[in-house]
Design a protein around this ligand. Structure first.
Ligand SMILES: Cc1cc2nc3c(=O)[nH]c(=O)nc-3n(C[C@H](O)[C@H](O)[C@H](O)COP(=O)(O)O)c2cc1C
Length: 486
């Protein structure tokens, strides 16, 4: 086949060349044809791709279209209720709330009400009038000295390095404007976080970036120096992450710039793998000691742990020990296996870890059974992008929520799935200066702030519709979803 095709391309070359001498306007076609011939000969002579070898040039077109499949689908072919991880309807929801214009939809829902995943919230016969509520939640057990009054929805962990400086600045400035918190992610605290003055939740991952010694182990002095800063409101120990639980994290060399390496205390321009496990603890006793250590070093600020549920017996036994020893974190972040990542391992992203709905139900019940729920606040995260999503999680026992990818959509993310390539077209998950310059920090700061404000207002309207007066009565919010969990 390939010989036939090559012969055809060479025949066309000579045919167009001769015709060009007879008709001057054929020169244009001849010149346009030259790159096709070049690609055909290149495909014929390579061994990397079977399809290009057997079908020179046609194979290149095929591969090009295949690479654009996601963009073509999203821009041209997809229905608005389709698309993964998020549908266009969901993305447009965030964009509407972020741009603060036309906060309505016409005609009727486009969702399939007969689908198994369809869920609904039960409203009241007698909705409440516009009651204003305080949607802030106090985090801090009796073991901490500086409880934090958190917003009901905050920016989930995304490190500087996985997202750009402009993205960090816009998220943090937006948070400062509306009074909510930003989780730093495991990449340490950058100048862009500090400069905004917003409330920070400092995440410590297995790489101890920003508080590690030359061997990569936890460094108490570096930790304490930053942890006692007024801007750091809480500290979160990341045990695992939904997209890669038990697997380590990857920072591609192309994203590891001089600035990022300096903050993380690593070698620049190298691919950095953080391990799947912590070097500071490997048993429940050691974990609780580590929590206590961070509490003391941070001057008794709230300390939390983040994980995706795996083996039930791990959490069951941790709860028993916390109950016996009366040492526990101030908050627990539950992430479902459906959570996102800048770069996750091929073998972890789809099938490792419990989904959020089942996790939340199990964690809240287990904490209650061990008399720990009053002391430990539960933060849930995993595809929470709307006010209804927040209400749904509250109804299942979460006290407050994080949104990471929702916040990315408010920054202009188009779900191009390029976070792990340094080629994000919107300047959010790239360190490429030209691409980052497309993200206008002032404009996006306002969008992040609008999105947050409209999420909280939406939640308020849901509370009114369901006839519930206080945030504390969140478990009176009724969704049909819990029946499915059982
Ligand atoms: C670009 C990107 C970077 C992330 N970085 C971190 C991180 O540093 N630490 C972490 O615990 N989770 C990280 N995550 C996971 C999020 O914090 C969040 O838990 C997960 O995406 C689920 O929430 P979402 O559905 O609102 O995005 C990251 C996610 C994304 C998309």
């Amino acid at each position: 086949m390939r010989y036939w095709l090559l012969a055809l391309y060479i025949f066309l070359f000579f045919f167009l060349l001769i015709e060009s001498f007879l008709h001057w306007f054929i020169w244009g076609i001849f010149i346009l044809y030259l790159p096709i011939l070049y690609l055909a000969i290149r495909d014929f002579n390579q061994n990397e791709s079977n399809i290009r070898k057997n079908y020179p040039f046609l194979g290149t077109i095929n591969e090009f279209i295949d690479k654009q499949r996601h963009v073509l689908q999203e821009v041209l072919l997809q229905n608005r209720w389709e698309g993964r991880p998020f549908s266009l309807l969901q993305i447009n929801y965030v964009k509407k709330k972020a741009s603060d214009t036309l906060l309505s939809l016409p005609f009727g829902s486009e969702l399939d009400f007969s689908n198994d995943d369809y869920f609904w919230c039960e409203h009241s016969f007698y909705p409440l009038k516009n009651i204003k509520r305080d949607f802030r939640v106090k985090i801090g057990s009796s073991q901490c000295k500086w409880p934090y009054e958190a917003s009901i929805i905050n920016v989930g962990a995304m490190s500087f390095g996985s997202i750009s400086s402009a993205a960090v600045s816009a998220l943090c400035n937006g948070a400062k404007k509306e009074g909510f918190a930003v989780n730093t992610g495991e990449g340490g605290i950058s100048k862009h976080h500090w400069d905004s003055g917003c409330d920070l939740i400092w995440q410590i991952g297995t790489g101890y970036f920003g508080c590690r010694d030359s061997e990569g182990n936890f460094d108490e002095v570096l930790f304490q120096k930053q942890a006692i800063n007024k801007q750091v409101k809480m500290i979160e120990i990341k045990i695992s992450q939904g997209a890669k639980p038990g697997f380590g994290a990857i920072l591609p060399a192309s994203k590891n710039t001089q600035e990022i390496a300096k903050i993380r205390k690593i070698e620049p321009h190298t691919e950095v793998h953080s391990p799947g496990h912590h070097s500071s603890f490997s048993t429940h006793e050691e974990l609780l000691n580590f929590i206590n250590k961070l509490r003391n070093l941070s001057n008794m600020k709230p300390i939390g742990i983040k994980f995706c549920v795996g083996k039930k017996e791990d959490f069951d036994s941790l709860c028993r020990l916390m109950n016996e020893s009366q040492v526990y974190p101030d908050f627990i972040v539950i992430e479902g296996g459906e959570g996102g990542s800048g770069a996750a391992d091929l073998d972890s992203i789809h099938h490792v870890g419990w989904p959020l709905k089942e996790s939340l139900d199990y964690i809240v019940k287990t904490l209650k059974a061990n008399n720990l729920k009053d002391e430990i606040k539960v933060i849930s995260t995993g595809k929470i992008i709307s006010s209804v999503d927040i209400a749904k999680n509250l109804s299942m026992g979460a006290d407050l929520c994080y949104s990471a990818r929702g916040m990315m959509f408010s920054l202009g993310c188009v779900q191009s799935l390029k976070c792990n390539t340094n080629k994000c077209p919107t300047g959010i998950t790239t360190m490429d200066k030209a691409r980052v310059s497309g993200l206008d920090v002032m404009d996006k700061t306002q969008k992040v702030a609008n999105y947050h404000r409209n999420l909280v207002q939406g939640l308020e309207k849901l509370y009114n519709a369901t006839g519930i007066n206080n945030l504390a009565d969140k478990e009176k919010l009724k969704f049909n979803i819990l029946e499915k969990v059982k």
